[in-house]
Design a protein around this ligand. Structure first.
Ligand code: UDP
Ligand code: MG
Length: 342
């Protein structure tokens, strides 16, 4: 088996994962949440082994944290096997999830946030749907959004409506990143080549038997969410451009609408002049139409630009992340993959 490269993302490395569950946890400044989460994961892994005879590991991906996250992760007790993959800088949560996917040693995957909002106790239920009911993609969805502002809820609704407009395979609304993938679903996800990742969409797009589990996310125990409106808008544009051509279609429709009304208005002016002998109304109407056309054109160029940026980034083919350090802590032992003999 090729060992993970310590410097670059080893996306192409073929490997045949063993039977078991890899729990992928992205971490960005989660020093205060990590120790408790780790204890809960040890308990979860114990339950998996005792009740299901299932091996498991945790893949902690430190996404360039600025606090003590990395040192704390390294010093965690190996009550469960775990890996610590540490990025050279902050690459974002989607990159961290991809790194987890790349480094997982087991065939089934569980994605879970590192801030304790995704309770490991609920994971037992996800595992149940997978093993007992043979579901391939078991994803959680927020049961309600009462805690969010009306503006945010409206934005989310508009986002999903646009995303799923005319889509053959709609992406489930408000699916979270707390998700379990069966071995075949995980293998499918690994085969997707794109660099711009939108995991929510991809895990739904691959198909197989999907199961939605409504849940109430716990409150963050420490720290604040790293998401704000700016990052949410960014992720939404990412998701839209990666999954849907609806904005481009919208642009064409808009163009047709404006051209048609301009044509009709033109006819009306000709008619008015010939029939009533009226002068062409001047300055205000011209200003308004010039501004409307100008604004719409800029907007549409922006939309096209988003797609071109996406093409550029796929073309450049840069690695999605760089690993600065990678350590493996198996139950009862400690080794560094750079020193360990294969
Ligand atoms: N996260 C990350 N990289 C980032 C931002 C966040 O790996 O640049 C991780 C973070 O540590 C947490 C998860 O992604 O485990 C979700 O982040 P957060 O709680 O801020 O988001 P929310 O729960 O509000 O969606
Ligand atoms: Mg959170």
């Amino acid at each position: 088996m090729p060992r993970p490269s310590p410097i670059a993302s080893d996306r192409a490395a073929p490997r045949r994962p063993a039977r078991g569950l890899s729990i992928i946890v992205p971490l960005y400044n989660e020093a205060e949440n990590l120790p408790l989460l780790h204890e809960r994961l040890i308990a979860f892994a114990g339950r998996l082994a005792a009740e299901r005879g299932l091996a498991s590991e945790v893949v902690y991906v430190d996404d360039g944290s600025r606090d003590e996250t990395l040192n704390i992760a390294r010093a965690l007790s190996p009550g469960v096997s775990f890996q610590v993959v540490s990025f050279s800088r902050n690459f974002g949560k989607e990159a961290a999830l991809l790194a987890g996917l790349d480094h997982a040693r087991f065939d089934a995957l569980l994605f879970m946030d590192g801030d304790g909002q995704h309770p490991p106790e609920l994971a037992d239920q996800l595992v149940k749907y997978w093993l007992d009911d043979n579901y391939d993609v078991v994803f959680t969805a927020k049961a309600n959004r009462d805690d969010e502002s009306a503006l945010k809820r409206l934005a989310v609704a508009v986002f999903y409506k646009t995303l799923n407009w005319g889509a053959r395979h709609p992406i489930p609304e408000d699916a979270g990143d707390f998700r379990l993938l069966s071995p075949r679903a995980a293998a499918a996800l690994k085969r997707l080549p794109e660099r711009n990742r939108f995991f929510k969409g991809l895990s739904s797009w691959i198909g197989f038997r999907q199961k939605r589990v409504p849940y109430e996310p716990a409150k963050r125990t420490h720290g604040v969410s790293t998401w704000n409106y700016r990052t949410l808008v960014g992720l939404s544009i990412e998701g839209l451009a990666a999954f849907s051509t609806a904005p481009l279609r919208l642009a064409s429709l808009f163009g047709i609408l404006i051209s048609a009304s301009a044509f009709l208005y033109g006819l009306w002016i000709v008619f008015e002049t010939l029939y009533y002998g009226k002068d062409v109304p001047g300055y205000p109407s011209i200003m308004v139409s010039v501004m409307v056309i100008g604004g719409v054109q800029l907007l549409m160029i922006g939309i096209v630009g988003e797609y071109i940026a996406k093409i550029m980034s796929e073309l450049r083919g840069r690695p999605v992340y760089f690993v600065a350090e990678h350590e493996v802590f198996d139950v009862g032992e400690k080794k560094d993959p750079r020193e360990a003999a294969e």
